[in-house]
Design a protein around this ligand. Structure first.
Ligand SMILES: *Cc1c(COP(=O)(O)O)cnc(C)c1O
Length: 498
């Protein structure tokens, strides 16, 4: 064995920064570089056909057509793509993704979008309707989440809401406490958007572990706090396992030390308030806790709006001011914008407002009841399957693992039965985020039947390795994490390949 091979085989035993250094060195060795690139190219070539199914079916445009195409022709092509893609989510074969999906609801949102398709909230003088819609969306969400005096803004999605909040805490701490080396504390299960914010805004990420039920370890949070901590994060619930962190204890630690606390209710913001009213056991997570200073809540998930809106809420206006951008000396005039974007799609805010007001409190209560009952059935049925193990005690995002089977093979076998669930790792498992699509008659029973068939197939065919299962397995366990990142970048390149 030569030195490179020795290092590659033992890199997992090195401390992370040293492993990253060794990895960078190894990757610069031309022979190894070539070998890695060949591996990736082979992997990507295998994925390409399924990722690009339309290559031979529809005309492609690698440059602008000389003359504009016929509108009817364009529409008919798009109509046909929609038809190919619609059945899977409509019939409830997909985890999360489309949270409402009822034909009449979609038709209504589309009409609203069409009415306001030219609207841009950046021009608040031209479209006062857009500012009305956004102010009221924020107010309705604040009210729903126990924030009588809370305020906020509309953003493009959960990731933007989270990144805005993290930037806000960084800037607040710099201004009021002189902190120049900011740190955030977040459970390992917190959404990747927090890592993204850490990278983008130069905030050190301090990860804390979760317990056997996938809830953040409060003692670890306490130990992680130092004088550079600008915000502590908890999820209600977390994306991977649907677990609600001990927000009350965590936010109290933050409050005692005058540190910000962000509840990520992107997923649960439009479910938990109604679950509580329905009598489910929902631990406190919102502004009723005095230590919670901001909340992200996704209108485009269980708020049932069209994709492209979310809300970031703050306990008070002083905090919100750190989010805003203003330019007072620009030749382009006095300029200000509340979020990352400049021009924004007013039509999406209009559709969001229309979704919220057309559904109403009773509508959300009904929808939540259906979803929680469906999820309860799925959870109980999975718990009775000896090969599977539900992680924690979730309400509507149900993650499950296996101690006897390769769970990724089960995921793949489900895929062969049309299902698209989320593969997760650390620990290896998968989840289903239960939506109104799964509450349609017969869907939950079909899911359990297909899951049982998938488990049986994997048990009876131990010789089958699968196509995606080894990739998941490798990505979860490969010690050189930089290689996994490189692979994901190659995958993104492939996505953008025309
Ligand atoms: C979906 C989700 C996000 C990110 O939202 P996007 O809308 O995908 O950007 C953040 N946190 C949690 C818990 C989520 O479920």
């Amino acid at each position: 064995m030569n030195l490179e091979e020795f290092l590659m085989n033992n890199i997992g035993k090195l401390p992370a920064p040293m492993a990253a250094w060794v990895e960078r060195r190894i990757k610069r060795i031309p022979s190894i570089r070539e070998k890695i690139d060949r591996e990736y190219d082979g992997l990507m070539a295998g994925l390409e056909p399924s990722l690009k199914p339309y290559r031979d079916k529809y005309p492609a445009f690698l440059r602008l057509p000389e003359h504009g195409r016929d509108r009817e022709e364009i529409l008919s092509e798009m109509e046909s793509m929609r038809e190919e893609e619609e059945a899977q989510w409509k019939e409830g074969f997909v985890s999360g993704a489309v949270y409402h999906g009822d034909a009449e609801h979609i038709e209504f949102l589309n009409r609203v979008y069409a009415l306001h398709s030219q609207s841009n909230p950046l021009h608040s003088d031209v479209w006062p309707s857009a500012t009305k819609f956004e102010a009221e969306i924020v107010s309705m969400c604040a009210n729903m989440l126990g924030g009588e005096n809370a305020c906020g803004t509309v953003s493009s999605g959960g990731t933007e809401s989270i990144m805005l909040a993290m930037k806000t805490y960084r800037d607040q701490a710099r201004d009021t406490k002189g902190i120049t080396r900011p740190e955030m504390i977040a459970p390992v299960t917190a959404h990747a958007a927090f890592d993204k914010a850490s990278q983008y805004f130069g905030i050190k990420m301090v990860k804390i572990p979760v317990d056997a039920n996938s809830r953040a370890d409060t003692d670890a949070v306490r130990r992680a706090i130092n004088r550079n901590t600008v915000v502590i994060v908890g999820s209600a619930p977390s994306f991977p396992h649907g677990a609600i962190d001990p927000i009350a204890e965590m936010s109290e630690l933050a409050r005692e030390r005058n540190i910000g606390f962000h509840t990520d209710a992107c997923l649960g913001g439009f479910v938990l308030p109604w679950a509580e009213q329905l009598g489910y056991n929902v631990p406190p997570f919102d502004f009723r806790l005095p230590g919670v200073t901001s909340i992200s809540v996704d209108t485009h998930k269980y708020g049932y709006a069209a994709k492209g809106t979310s809300v970031i809420l703050y306990r008070n206006k002083e905090l919100r001011h750190y989010q805003y951008y203003t330019a007072s000396d620009w030749p382009g005039g006095l300029y200000f914008s509340p979020t990352f974007a400049g021009s924004r799609p007013g039509a999406l805010s209009a559709a969001c407002w229309a979704a919220l007001t057309s559904i109403g409190r009773r509508g959300y209560l009904d929808a939540t009841k259906k979803i929680l009952e469906t999820a309860g059935y799925i959870k109980r049925e999975i718990k009775q399957m000896p090969e599977l193990r539900v992680i924690g005690d979730p309400l509507f995002v149900i993650a499950f693992a296996s101690d006897s089977l390769d769970i990724y093979k089960v995921l793949e076998a489900l895929g062969h039965r049309k299902w698209s669930l989320n593969g997760l790792h650390k620990p290896s498992c998968m989840h289903i985020a239960v939506t109104l699509r799964h509450a349609q008659p017969g869907v939950k029973e079909r899911f359990i039947a297909d899951l049982k068939a998938a488990v049986a197939h994997v048990k009876n065919h131990p010789e089958e390795k699968g196509n995606m299962a080894p990739v998941y397995g490798m990505a979860a366990t490969m010690p050189m994490r930089g290689l996994v990142s490189d692979m994901l970048k190659k995958y993104l390149d492939l996505i953008f390949k025309a």
